[in-house]
Design a protein around this ligand. Structure first.
Ligand SMILES: [Cu+2]
Length: 169
C-alpha cells in the first residue's frame, strides 16, 4: 500500500466511524445500539440493552456472556397477571433465522449481576456475548443515565413498584 492510499484509507475511516461503534458483528449475528443503564450507588445489578439480528438462514442462540465487571445473564421481563416479573433464561434465547429481537427496558435484557463497581453515566463497559453457533463477540455498552429508556420501550411505567423492588430494568 502506498503512503497516499494508506492516508486515504485513514481519512475514509475517520469519516465513517463514529466515536463509538454502534454495531458489532459475529458471523451472521449483528448487535446494534447497545447501551447500559447507570446504576445507583450500592446497587449490585445493572442491565444492558441492544437489538440483535440474525442475518443467517439458521437459528442461533444467545447463550449468555462474560465481563470483567460483572456476571452476565440473559433475562426476560414479563407481565404476569398485572405484575412485572423477571427471570433468567438459563438456556439462553433463540434468535430465529432472519430474525430480530429487541432487548429493551421492560422486556429482554442482559443482566449484569455481582457488579464490581457502579455503572457510571458516560463510561463504556464491555461484555462479551456468547452464542451456540456464532463466535463470542465483545460488545461495548455506553452507559446512559439512571432514568434513561432509550427507544421509549417502557410502556406506562407498569414496572413501578413491581417485582424489581422499584428498580427499573
Ligand atoms: Cu434481569
Amino acid at each position: 500500500m502506498t503512503r497516499y492510499s494508506a492516508f486515504a484509507l485513514l481519512l475514509a475511516l475517520a469519516a465513517t466511524t463514529p466515536a463509538l461503534a454502534q454495531e458489532f458483528k459475529s458471523g451472521d449475528i449483528t448487535i446494534e445500539k447497545p447501551w447500559a443503564r447507570a446504576t445507583p450507588k450500592g446497587a449490585d445489578v445493572g442491565a444492558g440493552y441492544f437489538t440483535i439480528h440474525n442475518n443467517g438462514a439458521a437459528q442461533d442462540r444467545l447463550t449468555g456472556g462474560t465481563a470483567d465487571f460483572a456476571t452476565v445473564e440473559v433475562h426476560e421481563m414479563k407481565n404476569e397477571g398485572g405484575v412485572m416479573k423477571m427471570r433468567q433464561l438459563k438456556d439462553g434465547l433463540n434468535i430465529p433465522a432472519h430474525g430480530t429481537i429487541q432487548f429493551s427496558p421492560g422486556g429482554y435484557h442482559l443482566m449484569f449481576t455481582h457488579l464490581k463497581k457502579p455503572l457510571t453515566k458516560g463510561e463504556t463497559v464491555t461484555a462479551t456475548l456468547t452464542f451456540e453457533h456464532a463466535s463470542p463477540v465483545a460488545v461495548q455498552f455506553p452507559v446512559a443515565g439512571v432514568g434513561a429508556s432509550a427507544g421509549g420501550a417502557m410502556k406506562g411505567g407498569a414496572m413501578k413498584g413491581g417485582a424489581m423492588g422499584g428498580m427499573k430494568m
